[in-house]
Write a protein that binds this ligand. Structure first.
Ligand code: SAH
Length: 217
């Protein structure tokens, strides 16, 4: 991996990003250190590299975006809050940035993406960064990945209109899912915890994600 000598990847620039995320209330040091140590500029087009450590979402092509670092940190923290997780399903690989943040914090990540070209770029980044506990699949992730269910955790990085029951079914009892829910005018980040006979929903904060879409491309 080469990120030598370029100002935008300087330690100071990344530390400033961490300070911003901390100021917004993220407390999990493991998550913050993952954000500090993950080269976000490798997950976006070179033309945008100078903005890689700004706390904003950026375009990654195909009308999709790499999530804002704060929201990645917040979702990861919410997912891991009640103890470590073994196997986690991710819906919406996109650039692979969220996957890379999560990968060292759990035993295995199963990540799904409906747009093949984005997934293949993400795969080569995982390879380049030697993240070997990630399994990828080109599929409609709204249907989950039944072969590896039940999951201890699920993270969804595109917004369905409501909580997808197919995903709740693939959580183990006590497992949790963090996802944005709603349309582009009114969207909230929520955490769903699976119970013996149903599930609980907690509202976390307002959110603004691209929509979860059906089918593959
Ligand atoms: N976590 C990503 C966010 C990418 S944006 C990152 O940080 O880069 C959300 C992604 O969800 C897009 O790439 C979009 O193609 C994908 N997506 C939307 N609906 C999907 C579905 N049903 N299954 C899998 N991926 C989906």
């Amino acid at each position: 991996m080469s990120h030598s000598g370029i100002g935008m990847t300087s330690q100071r620039t990344r530390e400033r990003l961490i300070e911003r995320i901390r100021a917004q209330g993220v407390r999990d040091e493991k998550v913050l250190s993952q954000i500090l140590n993950t080269p976000r500029h490798l997950f976006i087009d070179e033309a945008l590299s100078s903005r890689a450590y700004e706390d904003t979402a950026l375009p990654i092509g195909k009308s999709q975006t790499i999530s804002q670092p704060y929201i990645v940190a917040r979702m990861t923290e919410a997912l891991l809050e009640h103890g470590p997780l073994e196997n986690v399903l991710e819906v919406g690989t996109g650039s692979g940035y969220q996957t890379a943040i999560l990968s060292p914090l759990v035993r295995r990540v199963y990540t799904t993406e409906r747009i093949e070209s984005l997934l293949s770029q993400a795969r080569s980044r995982f390879h380049q960064l030697r993240l070997i506990n990630i399994r990828t699949r080109h599929t409609d992730g709204g249907l989950g990945w039944p072969q590896y269910a039940p999951f201890d955790g699920i993270i969804v990085t595109a917004a369905p209109l409501g909580v997808p029951l197919a995903l709740v079914q693939q959580l183990r009892v006590g497992g949790r899912m963090v996802l944005p829910v709603g349309d582009k005018d009114k969207q909230a980040l929520v955490r769903v915890t699976k119970t013996e006979d149903s599930h609980d929903i907690e509202m976390l904060e307002a959110a603004s994600f691209v929509p979860l879409l059906d089918g593959v491309k």
